[in-house]
Design a protein around this ligand. Structure first.
Ligand code: A3P
Length: 315
């Protein structure tokens, strides 16, 4: 695709397959589902964004633990403030502000924003699937960190988050059975979820020096080891174990969810409280919501989709 798409975005959207999703529509473009304004911004980013070799990208499907890494990666990349309390940007900023999103923030109001004021190394995040990344992100020496999460927990987390977002706008919550059926059909923002994961997984196997693939469950189980691996991938290994522990504490769910900025701040992109980004943060929360039938159905979809890929979540 070049720098233009046919007609205005609304004309394009009229021609695309669409599905209802949490009181709004998702549109299918090249096999993936997007909110209209995110698709428009992702297209603009794909045309106009130029990566620098020193850039770091955090890529993920939604609700897979991105906020945790949005807090951690800036701590790793900026060793000057790695261990001082007073300089901690997390005291004043939700992690979203430390790693701006291409399609949710930077390219949404302006298809060609001026990013020259950003200090180096620039830190970005994105939810777009691998094929939709700007070519320079794929082909330059910039690094990509991808995080994913067990699909049942991802679904439950997104169901809570999206219902918080729509009820804040006065829209009725989407019943779990309807949302679940839609997720199982692959209809999910920036999804199908499994295809999103597989795109980055396969690429990370081909180019491990380019894409570092992480799972939320591994971070929960062995945070020190995972953090050290991440820091090495980013070329900023920790020299002292106590520094690893400090970063883990600073970026912990317990700390972040109790900071003033996250308790009372509002996400300007979605119009909902930042507090909704911090919920339970446990592995296996799906057990509190799923019937046996739901579990079997989604596990089967996951097993079929990931078969032969070498990726699993240990169920
Ligand atoms: P739950 O809804 O299961 O609690 P994302 O950051 O990609 O939007 O994912 C949100 C999920 O990550 C939520 O899961 C949230 O509670 C959890 N989370 C947010 N910050 C976290 C942190 N610092 N440590 C661990 N989990 C975190």
């Amino acid at each position: 695709m070049g720098s233009s798409f046919p007609g205005s975005i609304s004309t394009l959207l009229d021609e695309l397959p669409k599905e209802t999703w949490y009181g709004s529509y998702l549109y299918n473009w090249e096999g993936f589902w997007y909110r209209g304004h995110h698709l428009s911004a992702a297209m603009a980013a794909r045309s106009n964004f130029r990566a620098n070799d020193s850039d770091v990208f955090l890529a993920s499907s939604m609700k897979t633990g991105t906020t945790w890494l949005k807090a951690i990666i800036p701590r790793i990349m900026n060793p000057d403030v790695r261990i001082t309390n007073d300089d901690d940007p997390l005291l004043k900023h939700h992690p979203n502000e430390l790693m701006p999103s291409l399609e949710v923030q930077l390219f949404i109001a302006n298809p060609n924003p001026d990013l020259s004021g950003m200090s180096s190394p620039r830190l970005f995040r994105t939810h777009v699937p691998f094929p939709m990344l700007p070519e320079s992100v794929k082909n330059s020496a910039c690094k990509i960190v991808y995080i994913t999460r067990e699909p049942k927990d991802t679904f439950v987390s997104s169901w809570h988050f999206m219902n918080s977002a729509i009820t804040a706008r006065g829209i009725d919550p989407w019943p779990m059975d309807e949302a679940f059926g839609t997720f199982c059909r692959g209809i999910h923002a920036f999804g199908p979820f499994h295809d999103h994961v597989l795109g980055y997984w396969k690429e990370s196997r081909k180019r491990p020096e380019k894409i570092h693939f992480m799972r939320y469950e591994d971070m929960k189980k062995e945070p020190r080891e995972e953090l050290q691996k991440l820091a090495c991938f980013l070329g900023k290994p920790f020299e002292r174990d106590e520094d690893v522990d400090k970063v883990l504490w600073r970026c912990s769910l317990e700390r972040l969810k109790n900071l003033e900025v996250n308790r009372h701040g509002v996400d300007p992109s979605l119009g909902i409280g930042y507090k909704h980004y911090f919920r339970r943060g446990i592995v296996g929360d799906w057990k509190n919501y799923f019937t046996g039938e739901m579990q079997q159905k989604l596990d089967l979809i996951t097993a079929v989709k990931f078969e032969g890929s070498g990726l699993d979540f240990g169920y």
